[in-house]
Write a protein that binds this ligand. Sequence first.
Ligand SMILES: [Cu+2]
Length: 254
Amino acid sequence: MKFTVATAVTALSGTTLAHGGVTTYIIDGKKYPGYDSTQTDTEQRDLIQRTWCMTPLSDPSSGTITCNDKGTTVPGAYHASVTAGGTIRSNWTSVDGYGWPHSTGPIVAYMAACGDDCNNITNTASLKWFKIAEEGLRDNYAVGDYEGWFQYDLWESQITDHWDIVVPKDLKPGRYMIRHEIIMLELDPIQFYPHCAALEVSGEGELVPSEEFLVQFPGEYVLLFFCFHSMMGLAMLIACQNYTVPGPKVWTGA
Ligand SMILES: [Cu+2]
């Protein structure tokens, strides 16, 4: 039975053009359009999101793993205001306007302190990220069972078209980059979909994460451990009942 599920995963997701990303944010109730990766010839302006390419990324040691390719700011780039404790909604769609095209693998979100201005940062590899949210494999599912993943809920917007996360309520105010990422495990090689945007956090918080929570991209991900490297093939993924979401522990501020 489980083999049937895996075959279906491949059949659903195997089209080469089925890629996408975060196309809209809703932050503290306000809507922010994302970069349109289908319109690379026209100049886009006044976005919080950095530029990205619809071609998926498969090398976590590349500089593009941080904020996608090219991961640059557009003219007029600014910071979205959010209160610590406020909600950030990311809408995930394919570039052709349909729902998210993949089903299997985790979704994560990181933040990094920017200093004075996130949009002045050109070397995103220098940022120190802390994880604020993750959705891994649900209990009693194997890696190859697509219903075991929140990513499946996003697949073709069947169950939802967005992921809501909360900015840690005790986080010290300031300017922060947010990095959302879906990791797609059902094809070989696996694919990474990172997206960065600039935030201005307000509130009464006084905390920042300690060193043990901070990581850098590239650097944090290595295609090594069991159930992460899809070279093992879907049969191995199906057999694997445990999946640890890569990266550090989530920092809640508590
Ligand atoms: Cu894709």
